[in-house]
Write a protein that binds this ligand. Sequence first.
Ligand code: BDR
Ligand code: CA
Length: 349
Amino acid sequence: MSAGASPDERGPLRAVPTFHPAAAGVRTAPVGTRERPLPLIIDSDPGLDDALAIGLACASPEVRLLAVTTVGGNADVAHCTENALRLLHAYGRDDVPVAEGAPGALLGDVVRATEVHGVSGVGDTHLPTAPTAPRPEGAVALMARLLAESPEPVAIAPIGPLTNIALLLRAHPRLAARIAHLCLMGGSIGEGNTTAAAEFNILADPEAADVVFRSGVPITMVGLDVTHQALLDRSSARALRELGTASGRIAAELADYALDRALERSGTATMAVHDAVAVAHLIVPDLVAVAPYHVAVETGHGPARGRTVCDGLPHRLRRLGLVPNADVGIVIDRGRFERLLLDAYARLP
Ligand code: BDR
Ligand code: CA
């Protein structure tokens, strides 16, 4: 390719997200096994990719799903709660309690992603009604009770805005020690997706994200740098549909809707299954390569609002007196990730 080639000949130019070649770290997140499943709460705003993440958890004997709690994010929280109930029903898991949480951010405007996920949160996917109802105690009280009652620390996968998690940490500071790990989807070392600076889950509640990243609870940040490598395409959707099951049909409809939006919005033939990467990291020990970073959240009201400022450069951290507060996802094997998801759905009804 010559420097004088036309833009069409050059093809898309990909910006390198960071100049700092992060040294791979040893993961700090626990990982479940069939013999010793990891107790897990998913805090979510379902959501096309949330729905696939919940399916992965339901089908994986490496985790014991204690609850799905909901938060306003991709869609209004009432839609998200209804989606959680219906998805669990379709996946054969009416036993998993659902509780509704915060409708919107601690401060600031309500931010939604309905242009990606549709007003319902699950595009035009048909989800049969569930016989279950949300627990009256609400998301934060349910999480607090499960943390207090569990004989072992519980992992939480927050895959929506961090409002519920911040409220939990503020209302029940002593329970922070009962959280085995927060494996969250959100943020980015590089560019954002909702603004140039910010990823959606963090932009939707930067103050909550700030509370979480300062909390001292062990965190893995599964951000866009890694989730943009966790891709499905039309052939994956076809394979899901060909499973011939209700769950496979639902997953295929979710994927097709996301693929249509990706094509319209950015001309790409793939969809990133962001949220499922956070769950996958708790199931497979070596699927996601991580590196330690200090992550700070921009809560100002300028153009960088919601940015996750990720510093992994050792000499700079020393100079600033900072220590890493999160593992940050860097690399995932796309083929293995796709197989993990398809195999999981093959086990669902
Ligand atoms: C995140 O934002 C939401 O739209 C997705 O469900 C995912 O949690 C990706 O930026
Ligand atoms: Ca989500």
